[in-house]
Write a new protein. Sequence first.
Length: 313
Amino acid sequence: MITIGDAMITLNPSIAGPMRFVSSFDRKVGGAELNVAIGCSRLGLKTGWISRLGNDEFGRFIYNFVRGEGIDPSEVNFVDGYPTSLNFKEVMEDGSGRTFYYREKSPTQTMTSDDLNEDYIKNAKLLHVTGVFPAIGGNNVSIIQRALEIAKKHNVLVSFDPNIRLKLWNKQQAKETLSEFLPYVDILLTGEEEADVLFGVSDPDAIIEKSKEAGISTIAVKLGERGSVGHKEGKTLYANPIPPSKVVDTVGAGDGFDTGFIYGILNEWSLEKILKFANMIGSMVVSISGDNEGLPYLEEVEIQLGEKDRVER
């Protein structure tokens, strides 16, 4: 699978509570699309990432991190004059939090649709896109549009997570732009609030019907602590939540679910197995601080699901 997106240096607070009282942060790597690529790579999928990074120390840190995760960075270039994007996280005692972005001059704004390598996209089994990248600005909307056109031309599956960030654009802008992508989408991975922006409905059954009207055949509605609902091959199924051992940080849970769902689709699993697997990964992610630190390797998921024994000694 491949994806397109902006990566960031994520500054995680050393203590919980309002950010104005935090005096130190840990440097991590984040970005919705990159998180999914990391998750898929850890599960064993061959992954690639299309992006731009600032020609600075943070950019090189991300690049080396990505290579270490086994992700192909051949379509990632360094750009002068555009600093690598940053975000600061605020995490409260209950694991909830907020994100503060500093990505107004993202290196990805130097990209154009002409920079896309058609051969790179056509050789993939699946292209994953989100609503974050087009919200950043620049030529990003036209880049995603062109990537979707290439994917459809070569019968590459397209998965789409609306991932609407209202700190980057408003609801109307998000709806108008993201609705244009829907005819290209094979797999929709959405939350209730995002679906309400896109379709004007938040009930899972209504979301599925609206998605089917848009021509989307496979749908997952993420319900957070209430589990998930999926639709595939005419079958709709509710999957019970898998409570985490402890909620530490909810950021990245949706990306973890996406990772599991994509893995299941590419392995042609049943809908029931896919949802259970995806729910488990989402549960594992929230139990560890960080955007992608909790994304598990395949064996770790299998152990949590009781499919393998844990050998400790």
